[in-house]
Write a protein that binds this ligand. Sequence first.
Ligand code: PGA
Length: 253
Amino acid sequence: MTSLRPLVAGNWKMNGLKSGLSEAQAVREAVSAAQSTCAADVMIAPPATLLMVMAEACRGGKLSFAGQDCHSKASGAHTGDVSAEMLKEAGASAVIAGHSERRADHAETDAVIRAKAEAAHRAGLAAIVCIGETLGERHAGLTLTVVSRQLKGALPDGATAQNTVVAYEPVWAIGTGLTPSIADVAEVHARIRADLTARFGANGTAMRILYGGSVKPDNAKALLSVANVNGALVGGASLKASDFLAILRAYES
Ligand code: PGA
Protein backbone atom coordinates (compact mmCIF):
# COMPACT_ATOMS: atom_id res chain seq x y z
CA MET A 1 0.00 0.00 0.00
CA THR A 2 1.19 3.52 -0.68
CA SER A 3 1.51 6.34 1.80
CA LEU A 4 -1.30 8.46 0.31
CA ARG A 5 -4.48 8.24 2.33
CA PRO A 6 -6.75 6.07 0.22
CA LEU A 7 -10.31 6.87 -0.80
CA VAL A 8 -13.01 4.28 -1.31
CA ALA A 9 -16.02 5.78 -3.08
CA GLY A 10 -19.29 4.00 -3.79
CA ASN A 11 -21.09 5.06 -6.96
CA TRP A 12 -24.75 4.12 -6.67
CA LYS A 13 -25.51 5.21 -10.24
CA MET A 14 -29.27 5.34 -10.95
CA ASN A 15 -30.11 3.17 -7.97
CA GLY A 16 -31.58 4.01 -4.61
CA LEU A 17 -34.87 5.17 -3.19
CA LYS A 18 -35.37 6.48 0.31
CA SER A 19 -35.29 2.92 1.56
CA GLY A 20 -31.59 2.88 0.62
CA LEU A 21 -30.91 5.35 3.42
CA SER A 22 -30.46 2.50 5.85
CA GLU A 23 -27.54 1.19 3.74
CA ALA A 24 -25.81 4.57 3.99
CA GLN A 25 -26.46 4.71 7.70
CA ALA A 26 -25.02 1.24 8.16
CA VAL A 27 -21.89 2.35 6.31
CA ARG A 28 -21.68 5.50 8.38
CA GLU A 29 -21.92 3.58 11.64
CA ALA A 30 -19.34 1.02 10.59
CA VAL A 31 -16.98 3.72 9.35
CA SER A 32 -17.31 5.63 12.61
CA ALA A 33 -16.76 2.47 14.64
CA ALA A 34 -13.69 1.53 12.59
CA GLN A 35 -12.12 4.99 12.64
CA SER A 36 -8.99 3.87 14.41
CA THR A 37 -8.45 0.79 12.25
CA CYS A 38 -9.67 1.85 8.81
CA ALA A 39 -7.04 3.91 7.04
CA ALA A 40 -9.24 5.12 4.18
CA ASP A 41 -11.59 8.00 3.47
CA VAL A 42 -15.04 6.70 2.61
CA MET A 43 -17.55 8.33 0.29
CA ILE A 44 -20.92 7.52 -1.27
CA ALA A 45 -22.22 9.06 -4.50
CA PRO A 46 -25.98 8.52 -4.26
CA PRO A 47 -28.48 9.66 -6.88
CA ALA A 48 -29.05 13.43 -6.70
CA THR A 49 -32.49 12.90 -5.20
CA LEU A 50 -30.96 11.27 -2.11
CA LEU A 51 -27.94 13.46 -1.64
CA MET A 52 -29.34 16.05 0.73
CA VAL A 53 -31.41 13.67 2.82
CA MET A 54 -28.47 11.30 3.12
CA ALA A 55 -25.95 13.99 3.98
CA GLU A 56 -28.28 15.23 6.70
CA ALA A 57 -28.99 11.78 8.06
CA CYS A 58 -25.25 11.05 8.22
CA ARG A 59 -24.14 14.46 9.45
CA GLY A 60 -21.27 14.50 11.88
CA GLY A 61 -19.88 11.16 10.77
CA LYS A 62 -16.77 10.36 8.79
CA LEU A 63 -18.70 9.34 5.69
CA SER A 64 -18.68 11.96 2.93
CA PHE A 65 -20.84 12.36 -0.16
CA ALA A 66 -20.41 13.06 -3.84
CA GLY A 67 -22.58 13.92 -6.79
CA GLN A 68 -22.40 11.64 -9.83
CA ASP A 69 -22.23 14.44 -12.41
CA CYS A 70 -22.62 18.20 -12.69
CA HIS A 71 -23.18 20.87 -15.32
CA SER A 72 -20.28 23.18 -16.07
CA LYS A 73 -22.36 26.31 -15.38
CA ALA A 74 -23.37 27.49 -11.90
CA SER A 75 -26.99 28.14 -12.89
CA GLY A 76 -29.17 28.87 -15.91
CA ALA A 77 -31.55 27.42 -18.46
CA HIS A 78 -30.36 23.82 -18.48
CA THR A 79 -33.40 21.66 -17.82
CA GLY A 80 -32.67 18.54 -15.86
CA ASP A 81 -29.09 19.44 -15.00
CA VAL A 82 -27.56 19.97 -11.58
CA SER A 83 -24.73 22.43 -10.88
CA ALA A 84 -21.69 21.84 -8.72
CA GLU A 85 -22.89 24.64 -6.45
CA MET A 86 -26.19 22.80 -5.93
CA LEU A 87 -24.37 19.60 -5.06
CA LYS A 88 -22.19 21.47 -2.61
CA GLU A 89 -25.22 22.99 -0.94
CA ALA A 90 -26.85 19.56 -0.75
CA GLY A 91 -23.91 18.27 1.27
CA ALA A 92 -21.47 16.91 -1.30
CA SER A 93 -17.73 17.38 -0.99
CA ALA A 94 -16.94 15.91 -4.41
CA VAL A 95 -18.44 15.10 -7.78
CA ILE A 96 -17.66 12.39 -10.31
CA ALA A 97 -16.82 13.78 -13.75
CA GLY A 98 -16.59 11.82 -16.98
CA HIS A 99 -17.75 8.41 -15.86
CA SER A 100 -17.71 6.14 -18.91
CA GLU A 101 -21.49 5.80 -18.70
CA ARG A 102 -21.73 9.60 -19.09
CA ARG A 103 -19.20 9.50 -21.92
CA ALA A 104 -21.28 6.81 -23.67
CA ASP A 105 -24.85 7.86 -22.82
CA HIS A 106 -24.34 11.62 -23.12
CA ALA A 107 -21.43 11.83 -25.56
CA GLU A 108 -19.26 13.62 -23.02
CA THR A 109 -15.85 14.53 -24.41
CA ASP A 110 -12.66 15.24 -22.51
CA ALA A 111 -13.27 18.97 -23.04
CA VAL A 112 -16.75 18.72 -21.50
CA ILE A 113 -15.36 16.72 -18.60
CA ARG A 114 -12.60 19.26 -18.03
CA ALA A 115 -15.24 22.03 -17.84
CA LYS A 116 -17.15 19.96 -15.28
CA ALA A 117 -14.01 19.46 -13.21
CA GLU A 118 -13.40 23.22 -13.34
CA ALA A 119 -16.99 23.76 -12.19
CA ALA A 120 -16.37 21.41 -9.28
CA HIS A 121 -13.31 23.39 -8.25
CA ARG A 122 -15.18 26.69 -8.60
CA ALA A 123 -17.84 25.36 -6.22
CA GLY A 124 -15.30 24.02 -3.73
CA LEU A 125 -15.81 20.37 -4.59
CA ALA A 126 -13.18 17.79 -5.41
CA ALA A 127 -13.52 16.35 -8.92
CA ILE A 128 -13.22 12.59 -9.34
CA VAL A 129 -12.21 12.44 -13.01
CA CYS A 130 -12.75 9.08 -14.71
CA ILE A 131 -10.67 7.71 -17.56
CA GLY A 132 -10.32 4.28 -19.12
CA GLU A 133 -10.07 2.33 -22.34
CA THR A 134 -12.69 0.22 -24.14
CA LEU A 135 -12.07 -3.45 -24.85
CA GLY A 136 -11.38 -2.66 -28.49
CA GLU A 137 -8.76 -0.12 -27.51
CA ARG A 138 -7.13 -2.58 -25.12
CA HIS A 139 -7.01 -5.28 -27.80
CA ALA A 140 -5.50 -2.78 -30.21
CA GLY A 141 -2.70 -2.06 -27.73
CA LEU A 142 -3.94 1.50 -27.21
CA THR A 143 -4.62 1.45 -23.47
CA LEU A 144 -1.77 3.71 -22.37
CA THR A 145 -2.28 6.08 -25.28
CA VAL A 146 -5.99 6.45 -24.52
CA VAL A 147 -5.46 6.90 -20.80
CA SER A 148 -2.78 9.55 -21.33
CA ARG A 149 -4.92 11.38 -23.88
CA GLN A 150 -7.99 11.40 -21.62
CA LEU A 151 -5.93 12.52 -18.65
CA LYS A 152 -4.41 15.39 -20.60
CA GLY A 153 -7.76 16.49 -22.01
CA ALA A 154 -9.99 16.04 -18.99
CA LEU A 155 -7.85 17.41 -16.16
CA PRO A 156 -7.86 21.19 -15.72
CA ASP A 157 -4.60 23.06 -15.23
CA GLY A 158 -5.72 24.01 -11.72
CA ALA A 159 -5.89 20.39 -10.54
CA THR A 160 -4.20 19.78 -7.19
CA ALA A 161 -3.83 16.79 -4.89
CA GLN A 162 -6.62 18.27 -2.75
CA ASN A 163 -9.19 19.14 -5.39
CA THR A 164 -8.77 16.27 -7.84
CA VAL A 165 -8.87 12.48 -7.77
CA VAL A 166 -8.29 10.36 -10.87
CA ALA A 167 -10.26 7.14 -11.32
CA TYR A 168 -8.92 4.58 -13.79
CA GLU A 169 -11.89 2.51 -14.91
CA PRO A 170 -11.43 0.22 -17.90
CA VAL A 171 -14.80 0.43 -19.64
CA TRP A 172 -14.91 -3.33 -20.22
CA ALA A 173 -14.44 -4.02 -16.49
CA ILE A 174 -17.40 -1.94 -15.35
CA GLY A 175 -20.32 -4.05 -14.21
CA THR A 176 -18.99 -7.16 -15.99
CA GLY A 177 -17.19 -9.03 -13.22
CA LEU A 178 -14.03 -8.83 -15.33
CA THR A 179 -10.90 -7.07 -14.08
CA PRO A 180 -7.50 -6.42 -15.62
CA SER A 181 -4.59 -8.48 -14.33
CA ILE A 182 -2.66 -7.07 -11.43
CA ALA A 183 0.25 -6.42 -13.81
CA ASP A 184 -2.03 -4.49 -16.17
CA VAL A 185 -3.44 -2.38 -13.34
CA ALA A 186 0.11 -1.66 -12.15
CA GLU A 187 1.20 -0.66 -15.66
CA VAL A 188 -1.68 1.77 -16.22
CA HIS A 189 -1.48 3.32 -12.76
CA ALA A 190 2.28 3.81 -13.18
CA ARG A 191 1.63 5.63 -16.46
CA ILE A 192 -1.04 7.82 -14.84
CA ARG A 193 1.31 8.66 -11.97
CA ALA A 194 4.11 9.53 -14.38
CA ASP A 195 1.80 11.79 -16.43
CA LEU A 196 0.43 13.49 -13.32
CA THR A 197 3.87 14.13 -11.87
CA ALA A 198 5.20 15.44 -15.17
CA ARG A 199 2.33 17.92 -15.45
CA PHE A 200 1.55 18.85 -11.85
CA GLY A 201 4.82 18.23 -10.00
CA ALA A 202 4.40 17.51 -6.28
CA ASN A 203 0.62 17.77 -6.65
CA GLY A 204 0.71 15.04 -9.28
CA THR A 205 2.77 12.82 -7.00
CA ALA A 206 0.24 13.29 -4.19
CA MET A 207 -2.95 13.03 -6.26
CA ARG A 208 -4.98 9.92 -5.50
CA ILE A 209 -5.54 7.45 -8.33
CA LEU A 210 -8.47 5.09 -7.78
CA TYR A 211 -9.08 1.82 -9.58
CA GLY A 212 -12.67 1.08 -10.60
CA GLY A 213 -14.38 -1.76 -12.45
CA SER A 214 -15.83 -4.87 -10.77
CA VAL A 215 -14.14 -4.27 -7.42
CA LYS A 216 -15.65 -6.87 -5.07
CA PRO A 217 -14.95 -8.12 -1.55
CA ASP A 218 -12.95 -11.06 -2.94
CA ASN A 219 -10.62 -9.08 -5.22
CA ALA A 220 -10.35 -5.79 -3.32
CA LYS A 221 -7.25 -6.63 -1.31
CA ALA A 222 -5.27 -7.69 -4.37
CA LEU A 223 -6.33 -4.72 -6.50
CA LEU A 224 -5.90 -2.17 -3.74
CA SER A 225 -2.41 -3.42 -2.87
CA VAL A 226 -1.03 -2.50 -6.30
CA ALA A 227 1.48 0.37 -6.41
CA ASN A 228 -0.15 3.71 -7.23
CA VAL A 229 -3.65 2.39 -6.53
CA ASN A 230 -4.86 4.79 -3.85
CA GLY A 231 -8.36 3.49 -3.41
CA ALA A 232 -11.36 2.32 -5.37
CA LEU A 233 -14.43 3.56 -7.16
CA VAL A 234 -17.02 0.87 -6.53
CA GLY A 235 -20.30 0.49 -8.41
CA GLY A 236 -22.46 -2.60 -7.90
CA ALA A 237 -20.76 -3.75 -4.70
CA SER A 238 -21.41 -0.38 -3.04
CA LEU A 239 -25.18 -0.87 -3.05
CA LYS A 240 -25.08 -3.36 -0.20
CA ALA A 241 -23.48 -2.04 2.98
CA SER A 242 -22.05 -5.45 3.87
CA ASP A 243 -20.22 -5.79 0.52
CA PHE A 244 -18.98 -2.22 0.57
CA LEU A 245 -17.69 -2.63 4.12
CA ALA A 246 -16.00 -5.89 3.17
CA ILE A 247 -14.10 -3.97 0.46
CA LEU A 248 -13.10 -1.34 3.00
CA ARG A 249 -11.55 -4.05 5.11
CA ALA A 250 -8.69 -4.15 2.61
CA TYR A 251 -7.52 -1.04 4.49
CA GLU A 252 -7.90 -2.33 8.00
CA SER A 253 -4.70 -2.22 9.97
P1 PGA B 1 -18.78 -1.68 -10.95
O1 PGA B 1 -18.82 -0.14 -11.40
O2 PGA B 1 -18.06 -1.73 -9.64
O3 PGA B 1 -20.23 -2.09 -10.84
O4 PGA B 1 -18.05 -2.42 -12.02
C1 PGA B 1 -17.74 0.69 -11.21
C2 PGA B 1 -18.04 2.07 -11.66
O5 PGA B 1 -18.76 2.23 -12.64
O6 PGA B 1 -17.58 3.04 -11.05
